[in-house]
Design a binder for this molecule. Structure first.
Ligand code: ACO
Length: 323
């Protein structure tokens, strides 16, 4: 049976770091409020010369180096983003061009903060179907460009960045002991659109628009949706929380992460946290956290790793990987 395994990971962050205290002269807020409510201490913000494409290229190159591969070895790029460089062409194709690739194919996926979980599931399905052998799966975002910088309830929450993973075809039975993507569950429900959306778009206002969010409403639904989709993934794979080595959740809010882990019975020391350093980087948050935890030696070959995300739409999902 053809399956997909993780061959490498990488990440790329904008040069500029913005601390919570840097907001204090801009909107009525404080380092204490932001840190207490969200766990965020700082975030990276893209300068004019840094874009979703350039950050995605940086993460892709780092993942290729980690995998010991070159762009020649890749036949598909899937980019998860809600902040593309242009409405079209797909930013994945721009990254393909930046990598010097004129072979293979590339496309964007849009599932907001769940984008990377959707993209890994899609890449795995393409590999299983024999449509690709090695896939660069990238999450790259520049949410700073769609924030309303006068709205304190949203502008303090987000940051920019990119993470990437190389998935490669392999043969194997796909038992729980085998390396690779083992199980995945995806969900969406458009009745929640108004709780988290961007108030612009090519087919409506003809503008890019700004992010709008009813934070308390999102929070209210988050833990239940996250734990439900993770339980579905556990039962698909026939495991329990005790079998996990690492939980790598979407990094939106430390309180949502803590409450989800607690409800699922996942020990605190198994949870990878980067929200303090990056804020919410939407589709980039899971691959950024993965790349950091793999590079510092926490996530090791053979570990059982659970990825999870929830975001605008609403969309949500989970992927179980034997590293
Ligand atoms: N600084 C100081 N005060 C603030 C700030 C701020 N930056 N932002 C809001 N407040 C105020 C509000 O105005 C409100 O004041 P009021 O009581 O006088 O009306 C008060 O703080 C409490 O506001 P709440 O919204 O109830 O605060 P809450 O504890 O819910 O925390 C937060 C807000 C952090 C946004 C929280 O609701 C949250 O994290 N929600 C989930 C958000 C999320 O995860 N979004 C990402 C989903 S992923 C994606 O797809 C993009």
């Amino acid at each position: 049976m053809i399956r997909s395994v993780v061959r490498g990971t990488g990440q790329s962050l904008p040069r500029r770091i913005m601390k919570n205290a840097d907001f204090e002269g801009m909107v009525e807020t404080s380092d204490e409020w932001i840190a207490q409510r969200t766990g965020i201490r700082q975030r990276h913000i893209a300068s004019d010369d840094e874009t979703t494409a350039s950050l995605g290229e940086g993460a892709a190159r780092a993942a290729l180096a980690d995998a010991g591969l070159t762009p020649d070895d890749i036949d598909l790029i899937v980019l998860a983003t809600s902040t593309p460089n242009n409405t079209f062409p797909a930013t994945a194709v721009e990254i393909q061009q930046r990598l010097g690739m004129r072979h293979g194919y590339a496309f964007d996926m849009q599932a907001v903060c769940s984008g990377f979980v959707y993209a890994v599931t899609t890449a795995d399905a393409y590999i299983r179907a024999g449509l690709a052998k090695r896939v660069l799966v990238i999450g790259s975002e520049t949410f700073s460009r769609i924030l309303d910088w006068s709205d304190r309830s949203t502008c303090v929450l987000f940051g920019d960045g990119a993470g990437a993973m190389v998935l490669e075809a392999t043969e194997g039975a796909g038992t729980i002991a085998d390396r690779g993507v083992l199980a995945a569950s995806l969900r969406s429900d458009g009745t929640h659109k108004e709780k988290l959306y961007v108030d612009g778009g090519p087919s409506t206002t003809g503008t890019v628009g700004h992010l709008r969010m009813e934070g308390r409403e999102v929070f209210k639904h988050a833990v239940g949706m996250i734990t439900d989709v993770i339980e579905a993934t556990f039962s698909q794979a026939g495991i329990t929380a005790d079998d996990l080595d690492w939980f790598v959740p979407h990094q939106a809010n430390k309180r949502i992460i803590d409450a989800s882990a607690k409800k699922l019975g996942i020990a605190e020391e198994k949870v990878v946290i980067t929200v303090n350093l990056h804020g919410n980087t939407s589709a980039a948050s899971v691959p950024l956290a993965l790349a950091i935890a793999a590079a510092d030696g926490r996530i090791k070959r053979g570990d059982l790793v659970l990825l999870e995300a929830m975001g605008g739409g609403f969309t949500w999902g989970a992927v179980l990987v034997r590293w």
